[in-house]
Design a binder for this molecule. Structure first.
Ligand code: GDP
Ligand code: MG
Length: 436
């Protein structure tokens, strides 16, 4: 979607003059892009009509920067379509019960864990996860694995085939053990069917959750709308969770679902890791769809993950010339904690397009990590001791080549120099270097 819109808006962006002809052309492209992203036909048409009216109303053609104004109108309209301000989760109950619904594979179990982790760390809540997917033993295991990862208790009752009873028992367990949030993970099926709808509806009626969330895979396109509608008809849910918005995902689902069920999108999932959760901001999403990047989220996420204490220690080390491979390894782990690399790069304006054909993933660091792991503590803290025979040993131990070891050593030396420079007297000298 972004590529197409990028192209469509390119005509207008930066260009000083627009004619009525290329406004129409642009709108046609915008509409095609929306349709390609599986936005419902009616909604796409309505959208472009509104944009056109606004553009004419604001006299786009006679303003100084018509391109920018047009982009703003498209963006504002997209933002409007996807909902107003970000809405939180109702946590007023004691315990607050949150029910997950959605098709199999949509990301319910993963998101249950992400949400528990989020509420635990951000809102200092004490959540309990409840495993109500009784059809596959593996599903219960999966939730336990997730719970272990984030240190959140999981309530399950293996052998019990009644999800309503498990949900109720889970809530009772929460009350007895001081949990103030209960997240109920349920079973889904591959497509909407009566048995699934009856089951989720029964659970919903029995436990009367404060918050019912509909989880949907943003890559399912047009189908997402039909599924959302079916679940909303039965549950009248409170919010939508849009998962798998990492990678080549179509933003179209956000637009269509919101317009069809008129429920807020509350969170997005941007990866498989427990940290890959973000509050949904319509305006940021609009930016993303329009290919402007999502710098604000990127900065926020980087800040959250970065341990300040760690940073201070590092600064001291750099200043004293003690930065070694162990610190380098820590840096890599820090970067990895921030989430999927592709995902992060995609948030940098312009970079998404540039890096499209470059395969960047967490594996990018695998070789580097292996090499560092094969070094002795001495070699890590004083890389200068690494001679030819040591290089050979390290290469062998890490399953890489001497060439790769050399490359890493070279990169490391450069990086240390650069860090040193940015530290002391800093910016000025750096600028000087770049000018030369
Ligand atoms: P459930 O059947 O609804 O419980 O779905 P799961 O939570 O088991 O997720 C199905 C698959 O999607 C798993 O492989 C997850 O790791 C993956 N998944 C879930 N959320 C995301 C996401 O936001 N991004 C990506 N890339 N994968 C996700
Ligand atoms: Mg599941």
């Amino acid at each position: 979607l972004s590529d197409k819109l990028d192209k469509a808006l390119h005509v207008l962006k930066g260009h000083g003059s627009i004619t009525e002809v290329n406004v129409a052309e642009t709108l046609k492209e915008v509409r095609r892009a929306l349709l390609d992203a599986d936005v419902n036909f009616k909604i796409a048409k309505q959208f472009t009509n509104t944009v056109k009216e606004k553009a004419l109303g604001q006299n786009v053609l006679t303003t100084l920067q018509p391109g920018q104004l047009m982009v703003k109108i498209v963006k504002d309209e997209l933002t409007q379509l996807m909902g107003g301000d970000a809405e939180g989760i109702n946590l007023s109950g004691n315990p607050s019960v949150i029910l997950m619904s959605g098709l199999q594979g949509s990301g319910k179990t993963t998101f249950s864990g992400k949400l528990a982790n989020y509420l635990k760390t951000k809102k200092t809540k004490k959540p309990l996860l409840v495993a109500c997917d009784v059809y596959r033993p593996a599903a219960i295991d999966q939730l336990h694995i997730v719970g272990d990862q984030i240190n959140v208790e999981v309530y399950s009752d293996i052998g019990n085939s009644d999800p309503v009873a498990i949900a109720q028992a889970g809530i009772a367990h929460a009350k007895a053990n001081g949990h103030n949030v209960v997240i109920i993970d349920t079973a889904g099926r591959l497509a909407v069917d009566e048995a699934m709808m009856t089951e989720i509806s029964n659970i919903h009626k029995a436990i009367q959750p404060q918050e019912t969330l509909f989880v949907v895979d943003s890559m399912t396109g047009q189908d997402a709308v039909n599924t959302a509608k079916a679940f909303n008809d039965i549950l009248n849910f409170d919010g939508v969770i849009l998962t798998k918005l990492d990678g080549d995902t179509r933003g179209g689902a956000a637009i269509s679902i919101k317009s069809v069920v008129n429920k807020p999108i509350k969170f997005i999932g941007t990866g498989e890791k427990m940290e890959a959760i973000d509050v949904f901001y319509p305006s940021r999403m609009a930016d993303r769809i329009l290919g402007m990047g999502d710098v604000v989220s990127l900065v926020e996420r980087a800040q959250e993950q970065y341990d300040e204490e760690e940073a201070r220690k590092l600064q001291k080390k750099i200043a004293k010339n003690q930065f070694g491979f162990d610190d380098f390894l820590k840096q890599i782990q820090q970067i990895k904690k921030m989430g999927n690399m592709k995902d992060l790069i995609g948030m940098i304006p312009g970079a998404g397009k540039m890096m499209k054909d470059v395969d960047v993933d967490d594996d990018a660091f695998k070789g580097i990590e292996a090499i560092i792991h094969s070094m002795t503590p001495d070699e890590r803290s004083t890389p200068s001791v690494i001679n030819a025979s040591r290089k050979k040993r390290i290469a062998k131990g890490s399953g890489t080549s001497v060439q790769e070891v050399n490359q890493l050593l070279k990169q490391f030396t450069q990086m240390s120099k650069m860090m040193k420079m940015m530290q002391g007297g800093g910016g000025k000298r750096m600028m000087q270097m770049m000018k030369n």
